[in-house]
Design a protein around this ligand. Structure first.
Ligand code: IMP
Ligand code: MG
Length: 200
């Protein structure tokens, strides 16, 4: 009996998501290397601090898991859920689907997000976090698209600067799909052509 495990090259089944992607933008190896660099930096900057990592659901799950498992610092982990209500409008009203649970008063908060795009999400999240009176708030994002910034907000740690392209994978989705890809890929414009303007 032929084992699919022994099949190589062209005989491997064609993965169905390939058709939606234009190309790989950031490979697994590049992601792993950069995440390691970020953890080293965070270890220096947060040594001796009382750290709470606040991760924004759901795009951060894979990045966060890789980041924290290499981070040799005592820390607490919490999540905030934010959803762009009525997606498809540029105003895209943000709705909190999960509130902060841990007490961050007087502590260092590191907000982790998947991508800093217009900046609306992080601006809003930081404003909410401030009301909980942490000692300081720092921002770490895997990706940054500088070209589309609307709000004045700066990330303290950025994995990769990327051009104005719609990307998926390593946690990032298009209509909730493709989050599980191990790399960051560029979605074919045809794949989101039907999307109403502003959803990006
Ligand atoms: P912002 O509020 O415009 O900065 O957008 C942040 C959110 O928009 C991210 O957390 C993502 O969920 C989503 N987003 C922005 N650009 C992309 C992309 O290229 N791919 C997937 N999601 C994106
Ligand atoms: Mg998203």
């Amino acid at each position: 009996m032929a084992s699919s495990r022994n099949q190589k090259g062209p005989s491997r089944p064609i993965t169905p998501w390939r058709g939606d992607l234009d190309r790989i933008l950031i490979t697994e190896v590049q992601l792993a290397r950069r995440v390691r660099q970020l953890t080293r930096q965070l270890e220096k900057d947060f040594a001796g601090r009382d750290l709470v990592i606040v991760s924004i659901l759901s795009g951060t799950v894979i990045f966060l898991a890789d980041l924290v498992r290499h981070l040799s610092l005592p820390l607490k982990l919490d999540f905030i859920g934010v959803s762009s209500y009525g997606a498809g409008t540029e105003s895209g009203e943000l709705v909190f689907t999960k509130q902060l649970r841990l007490d961050v008063r007087g502590r260092d908060v590191l907000v982790v997000d998947d991508i800093l795009d217009t900046g609306r999400t992080l601006k809003r999240v930081v404003a909410v976090l401030r009301t909980h009176k942490p000692q300081r708030i720092k921002i770490c994002v895997l990706l940054e698209k500088k070209a589309r910034r609307v709000e004045k907000i700066r990330a303290d740690y950025v994995g990769f600067q990327i051009p104005d392209l719609f990307v998926v994978g390593y946690g990032l989705d298009f209509a909730e799909r493709h989050r599980n890809l191990p790399f960051v890929g560029v979605l074919k414009p045809e794949a989101y052509k039907s999307m109403p303007p502003g959803i990006r």
